[in-house]
Write a protein of this length. Structure first.
Length: 269
């Protein structure tokens, strides 16, 4: 366990929201708090939560969802805040989960089919493949390049996808790794999703169970597992060798820009 306390900000309609600051990075310097945030989707933010987010001074919101997701549930708009849409999985062969997941997973026929399919472990295999794609898809490389070069130009910033766990999870994991945060701490932040997102979608599990499904079979899909992040880091190792090469050769963020990111987002000695 790392010496880090996550500030569980009191948001009621935005799930999986947290500050990436506080983790120990290069030379013992801490990631600066109040500069980079991550979350799940923002479209249902209440007036209270909107006011809270506005009060953070966020300059840019990066939406990592697909075009279909963003069109179905348009992103939060705040005065003076730029919105940047980055379709990380545009080049993926599989589509994202439907926006009306709670309705889909409460249909008995759909649930029966899902139960049978998930029982054979195919759901986990799908997730492992999706995490490899977060590292190798051209659309992912383009999107994360824009995100990280954008972080060089201005902050505070927030990035999110639908659940704030996969596309957002890899963005956070790779960013923290570049800043020198230990692998254990990177995984600690990543796995917080199981505490900070799954309770917010309890109704999905309840509906699935009421329609005859086994809710435990859904958890690998709607939550996160260390094995998923393992797959992304293994893909990074195979293709690029290390995090610096991933940023330089994969994302086009060269050594000078990487140094600038560390200087911008790590506290002074």
């Amino acid at each position: 366990m790392t010496e880090h306390s996550v500030d569980r900000l009191d948001l009621t309609t935005v799930a999986n929201f947290r500050d990436l600051g506080g983790w120990e990075g290069v030379d013992g310097r801490r990631v600066t708090s109040g500069r980079v945030y991550r979350s799940a989707a923002l479209h249902d933010a209440s007036e209270t939560d909107r006011a809270f987010l506005a009060g953070l001074g966020i300059r840019t919101i990066y939406d990592l969802r697909s075009v279909a997701e963003s069109e179905a549930e348009p992103d939060l708009v705040l005065d003076g805040v730029a919105g940047v849409h980055l379709d990380v999985l545009a080049d993926a062969e599989t589509v994202s989960a439907p926006d009306n997941l709670d309705k889909v997973l409460s249909d008995p026929e759909t649930v029966a089919a899902a139960n049978e399919k998930l029982a054979d472990g195919s759901g986990v295999e799908h997730m492992l493949g999706a995490y490899r794609e977060l590292v190798n898809l051209p659309s992912a490389l383009r999107s994360y390049r824009t995100l990280f070069t954008g972080l060089l130009e201005g902050s505070p910033a927030l990035f999110h996808c639908t659940a704030g766990k996969d596309r957002t999870g890899w963005a956070a994991a790779s960013f923290l790794t570049l800043l020198g945060v230990s692998r254990d701490a990177v995984y600690e932040d990543y796995l917080l999703t199981n505490d900070m997102f799954l309770p917010a979608i309890g109704h999905v599990f309840d509906g699935f169970e009421a329609a005859g499904g086994d809710p435990d079979l859904l958890r690998p899909l709607l939550g996160v597992q260390a094995a998923y992040l393992d797959a992304a880091f293994a893909e990074l190792q195979d293709r690029f060798g290390n995090i610096e090469n991933y940023f330089a050769d994969g994302l086009g963020v060269d050594a000078a820009a990487q140094h600038a990111l560390r200087e911008r987002y790590l506290d002074a000695d």
